[in-house]
Design a protein around this ligand. Structure first.
Ligand code: PLP
Length: 428
C-alpha cells in the first residue's frame, strides 16, 4: 500500500471523507488521492517520492509556479513582522491600488479570505443596492458554497431554485433563478418575467467548473445589456479567470465591464484570500460607508497581502502570458492529435491559461448539458493512465485545467507523450 493510501485511510477517521474540500477525495475518478509533501515550479512531489507535472496549481493560485521565490520571500518577510494585527496596514492600501490598477472595472475593492466570501458578499451588496431579492445564475457555474448559490436548474428550462445540498432552506433557494450558460434567449425570457425583482446576474465569464466552457460570441455582451435594461447588477465571478485569462481577467479579454467583480485564488499567491470590487457608487453601500454589512477579522491579513502583492506585481510582466497561452495551445493541440491517432473522439476548449478536454464526438462543447453527456468512463481511465505516468490533472471531468507560467516546453512534450499512451490505453 502506498504512503498516500495509508494516510488517506487514516484521515477518514478524523476528517469527513478524509479531506478538507470534497473534490480532493477523488470521488470523480475513483481510487485514492495523492498526498503531497512539497512542490516546486511546475512539479508536485507526493509522500511516496513520485514527481508529477501539475496542471491543477492548487486550483489556480500557482499561476507563477509552486514556491515562487518572490512570493515565498515576501510572505516570510511579512511573517517576521507579525501574523495579524486587526488594524489597517499600509500593504492593504497597496494591494487595493494594485488591483484597481490591473482590473479594468474595479474602482474600489474589499479584501476577504476566500472566493466564497467574495461571491457571498457581492450578492448581498447587489441585493442591498437594488433592494431586490432574486438573483440569476447559470447551470454548472460554481461560485463557492454560498447558500444562495448552491442551487442548480432542472432540465434546461428555468426552474425556481431547488437547493442541491441539504441545509439550504427552500425559502432562500427560491430566490435563485438558474438558466443555461451561453443561452441568452433564456436569460431574456427570465428577465421579461421577473426583471424588476432580479438584483443581479452572477456569471463565470469563462465557465471553469463544468470543465472549460468559454462564452459564445455576444453572450457576455447580452448579459451586460439585459442588466442595463432592467437595473440589475452584473457580477463577474473572476475567482478562476482573474489574472489568468488576461492580466485584467476575462473582462479585459472580452472587453465587457461588469458592475462588480469577485476575485480569489491568484490574488493571494497561495494564501487564503479573496476580494470583491467594482463601481465606486455600488461599493460605497458596504459598511462602514453604507448600510450593507460585511466584515472579517483576518481580512487583509498582512502575510496574505504580502504574498498576493508579490504575485500580482510579478504578473504585470505581460510577456509571461504569451508564453503561458502558447503552452496551453500546444498542449491541447497535442492532446487532440494524440487522441485522433488512438481513434478516441476528443473536443478541446481553451482560453488564456485555462483549458479543458471532453471525451465526445461533438465538434464543440458550449453548454453544461453537453459537458455532462461526455464519456466519463473514458475520462476516468485516461485520468489514471496519466497519473501513473506522473501527470497530475484535476481529478474531475468538470474542472478546468490550469497552466502555469513556468511549465516548460519539455514538460508539455512529456505530457503529450504520456497522453499518447493514455489515449491508446482507453481506446475502445
Ligand atoms: N468562484 C469560482 C469561479 C470558483 O472556481 C471557486 C472555487 O473554486 C469559488 C468561487 C470559491 O472559492 P473558494 O474555494 O476560495 O471559496
Amino acid at each position: 500500500m502506498s504512503r498516500s493510501s495509508e494516510l488517506f485511510a487514516q484521515a477518514q477517521h478524523s476528517i469527513p471523507g478524509g479531506v478538507n474540500s470534497p473534490v480532493r477525495a477523488f470521488a470523480g475518478v475513483g481510487g485514492d488521492p495523492i498526498f503531497v509533501e512539497r512542490a516546486n515550479g511546475a512539479y508536485m512531489f507526493d509522500v511516496d517520492g513520485q514527481r508529477y507535472i501539475d496542471y491543477v496549481g492548487s486550483w489556480g493560485p500557482m499561476i507563477l509556479g509552486h514556491n515562487h521565490p518572490a512570493i515565498r520571500d515576501a510572505a516570510i518577510e511579512a511573517a517576521e513582522r507579525g501574523l495579524s494585527f486587526g488594524t489597517p496596514t499600509a500593504i492593504e492600501v497597496q494591494m487595493a491600488e494594485k488591483i484597481i490598477d490591473i482590473v479594468p472595472s474595479i474602482e474600489k475593492v474589499r479584501m476577504v479570505n476566500s472566493g466564497t466570501e467574495a461571491t457571498m458578499s457581492a450578492i448581498r451588496l447587489a441585493r442591498g443596492y437594488t433592494k431586490r431579492d432574486k438573483i440569476l445564475k447559470f447551470e454548472g457555474c460554481y461560485h463557492g458554497h454560498v447558500d444562495s448559490l448552491l442551487v442548480k436548474a432542472g432540465s434546461g428550462a428555468l426552474t425556481l431554485g431547488q437547493p442541491n445540498s441539504p441545509g439550504i432552506p427552500a425559502d432562500l433557494a427560491q430566490h435563485t433563478l438558474t438558466v443555461s450558460f451561453n443561452d441568452l434567449a433564456e436569460v431574456e425570457q427570465v428577465f421579461s418575467q421577473y426583471g424588476d425583482e432580479i438584483a443581479c446576474i452572477i456569471v463565470e465569464p469563462v465557465a471553469g467548473n463544468m470543465n472549460c466552457i468559454p462564452p459564445q460570441p455576444g453572450f457576455l455582451e447580452g448579459l451586460r445589456q439585459v442588466c442595463d435594461d432592467h437595473g440589475a447588477v452584473l457580477i463577474f465571478d473572476e475567482v478562476m479567470t482573474g489574472f489568468r485569462i488576461a492580466p485584467g481577467g476575462a473582462q479585459q479579454h472580452y472587453g465587457i465591464t461588469p458592475d462588480l467583480t469577485c476575485l480569489g485564488k491568484v490574488i493571494g499567491g497561495g494564501m487564503p484570500v479573496g476580494a470583491f470590487g467594482g463601481k465606486r457608487e455600488i461599493m460605497d453601500h458596504i459598511a462602514p460607508t453604507g448600510p450593507v454589512y460585511q466584515a472579517g477579522t483576518l481580512s487583509g491579513n498582512p502575510v496574505a497581502m504580502a504574498a498576493g502583492l508579490a504575485a500580482l506585481t510579478t504578473l504585470q510582466d505581460h510577456s509571461l502570458y504569451t508564453v503561458m497561452e502558447a503552452r496551453v495551445s500546444q498542449l491541447m493541440q497535442g492532446f487532440q492529435q494524440a487522441a485522433a491517432e488512438a481513434g478516441v473522439p476528443l473536443c478541446v476548449n481553451y482560453v488564456g491559461g485555462m483549458f479543458g478536454f471532453f471525451f465526445t464526438e461533438a465538434k464543440e462543447v458550449t453548454s453544461f448539458a453537453q459537458a455532462t453527456e461526455c464519456n466519463m468512463a473514458q475520462f476516468k481511465g485516461f485520468y489514471h493512465e496519466m497519473l501513473q505516468r506522473g501527470i497530475y490533472l484535476a481529478p474531475s471531468a468538470f474542472e478546468a485545467g490550469f497552466m502555469s507560467m513556468v511549465h516548460s516546453q519539455a514538460d508539455i512534450e512529456e505530457t503529450i507523450q504520456a497522453a499518447r499512451q493514455a489515449f491508446a490505453a482507453v481506446a475502445n
